[in-house]
Ligand binder design. Structure first.
Ligand SMILES: [Zn+2]
Length: 191
């Protein structure tokens, strides 16, 4: 994804109150992040238990300012949003999945890290009425790392590089779909 500065990152959020946004703590390594190896930026708030964030490139026509569910301004009064970028505040569910679960974004079959249930309040009036959307996601948002691992060769002639490219593309489209669903109050929950 394209590198972000703090101002752009904060302006991208679509489902936070002004207070929640002011409480947001940036990732520890924000200044040294290699955005070229990230399909989305996800992190946990180190000061607020269970709170996490994801900033997602979601296509040129996606923006907090003109998304279908955002009523023109997202949840942040006065925010114009950032075209093509959707920032989402997430809350980790109290209960953990009972068995080791697969992340619905990277769908890594080797389950290299914990996966937890995160929910996101929808943008705009829907979210203020308690409408949320939930998804199983790598607990520390390891998805971009997971899809860049070379898959085990499945058979002679199997194109591992092509498989990796496919996994990266799939992750990007799934995370964009999740972010767009936060903007759209009518969208069904993503897997
Ligand atoms: Zn994942």
């Amino acid at each position: 994804m394209q590198p972000l500065d703090e101002k752009t990152l904060r302006a991208s959020f679509v489902n936070t109150s002004r207070k929640e946004l002011s409480d947001l703590t940036l990732p520890d390594d924000f200044d040294t992040l290699d955005f070229s190896r990230l399909d989305y930026l996800g992190w946990r708030d180190r000061r607020i238990a269970r709170r996490a964030y994801a900033v997602v490139p979601a296509g040129p026509d996606a923006a907090a300012g003109d998304g279908p569910g955002s009523s023109g301004s997202g949840s942040v009064p006065g925010s114009a949003g950032v075209p093509g970028l959707i920032g989402i505040m997430l809350k980790q569910a109290e209960a953990s999945p009972r068995t080791r679960a697969q992340c619905s974004l990277c769908q890594d079959v080797q389950l290299p890290n914990d996966v937890v249930l995160f929910s996101a309040r929808r943008a705009g009036p829907a979210g203020r009425n308690g409408n949320t959307i939930a998804s199983l996601v790598c607990s520390r948002f390891e998805c971009s790392t997971n899809v860049r691992k070379l898959p085990a060769t499945a058979y002679v002639g199997f194109d591992v590089e092509a498989a990796r490219t496919d996994r990266i593309a799939s992750l990007r489209s799934r995370v964009a779909a999740f972010a767009r669903a936060v903007l759209d109050p009518a969208a069904p929950p993503t897997p």
